[in-house]
Design a protein around this ligand. Structure first.
Ligand SMILES: Nc1ncnc2c1ncn2[C@@H]1O[C@H](COP(=O)(O)OP(=O)(O)OP(=O)(O)O)[C@@H](O)[C@H]1O
Length: 309
């Protein structure tokens, strides 16, 4: 914005713009219900630009419904959601297209098209939002995103059925990064990964956030992920975000679910692992995702469900 713009812009607009700059996601008074079943009631959350915010809560507390509401896949029954300065309810078709090109989403399970190669999967959003790009350039961008996600370049020519679970997650991540998004939504990205693959994925997420300047909204049950890479954690319970802060800030709260979650045996193990210098994750490699025969990083449990709750 130029100085001239500033001098002629009403104060309220400036406030909104500054909020959008500092908080790319603002949720106020969110209400979601399926029939009589109320999932959210007066839920508030502000996500800071450039942070990785972990979203936790017991099963069925509405973490995925919250994410779906933010990205416009779920029509809330009440409240306001503002993403990158656009109020979701008021967004025009043009705004929606603009917004969808500024975020990337990794759904649980990767949600890849099984009949397309990994490279072709990554090309889908490029084709949709930038049809003017030549076939050659589009394929080159897709191969770059595949490598950026820690996969070997030849993975671009493979079908999802030829990939391990960890590689599928990375392929989904490559597609989420296709449009150079500002916001990245990750729904349980380490669920189902072996401990080494999960640690490598955490490291990759942190590195991408830092190098690409992403803001990351990360739903997880994985306590190791929370300790390793999240700047703040939002806790969903009682149909609201009951607390948001760093883990030490949350630990200071006297809420039974928070205490049980972070101070239970798994929470203490994750904390011990974080404080152990031997545990710092190795630089991530595609191979590490599949190294199921190697021992897990210290502190990473071998439990198959990796659920911290
Ligand atoms: N389209 C829908 N129709 C009816 N109920 C739904 C719908 N989507 C979600 N729900 C219900 O809303 C509740 C919250 O679901 P959601 O998937 O957001 O939970 P979650 O916190 O992400 O759970 P988990 O940790 O188990 O993945 C659940 O009880 C779910 O059954």
């Amino acid at each position: 914005m130029t100085m001239n713009d500033t001098s002629t812009t009403p104060a309220t607009d400036l406030q909104t713009r500054s909020d959008a700059e500092d908080y790319p996601i603002v949720v106020k008074g969110l209400h979601n219900a399926f029939g009589e079943y109320v999932i959210h009631d007066g839920l508030d959350l502000k996500v800071r630009r450039g942070e990785i915010i972990g979203v936790v809560g017991g099963s069925g507390t509405g973490k995925s419904v919250l994410m779906r509401s933010i990205i416009g896949l779920q029509q809330p029954t009440g409240g306001d959601i503002t993403v990158l300065g656009h109020r979701m309810g008021d967004a025009t078709e043009e705004d929606s297209v603009d917004l969808r090109s500024r975020w990337g989403v990794l759904f649980q399970g990767g949600a890849l098209f099984s009949t397309l190669t990994v490279g072709e999967n990554v090309e889908v959003p490029l084709k949709q939002f930038f049809p003017e790009i030549s076939d050659e350039l589009r394929a080159e961008i897709a191969r770059f995103k595949v490598r950026l996600s820690g996969l070997p370049e030849d993975a671009a020519f493979k079908y999802p059925s030829e990939l391990s679970g960890g590689m599928k997650k990375r392929a989904g991540l490559a597609r989420a990064l296709a449009l150079d998004p500002e916001l990245l939504f990750l729904d349980e990205p380490t669920a189902g990964l072996d401990p080494i693959g999960a640690a490598a994925f955490d490291t990759l997420t942190r590195e991408l956030k830092e190098t690409l300047g992403l803001t990351v909204f990360l739903i997880t049950h994985d306590l190791d992920t929370l300790y390793a890479i999240c700047d703040r954690v939002a806790v969903l319970a009682d149909r609201k975000v009951i607390a948001v802060g760093t883990i030490p800030e949350l630990l200071a709260l006297d809420h039974p679910w928070i205490q049980e979650y972070f101070n239970g045996p798994r929470g203490r193990a994750a904390l011990a692992a974080k404080d152990d210098p031997a545990v710092t994750p190795e630089h991530d490699t595609a191979q590490a995702v599949d190294s199921s025969s190697a021992p897990p990083p210290a502190g990473r449990s071998m439990d198959s469900d990796r659920t911290g709750a």
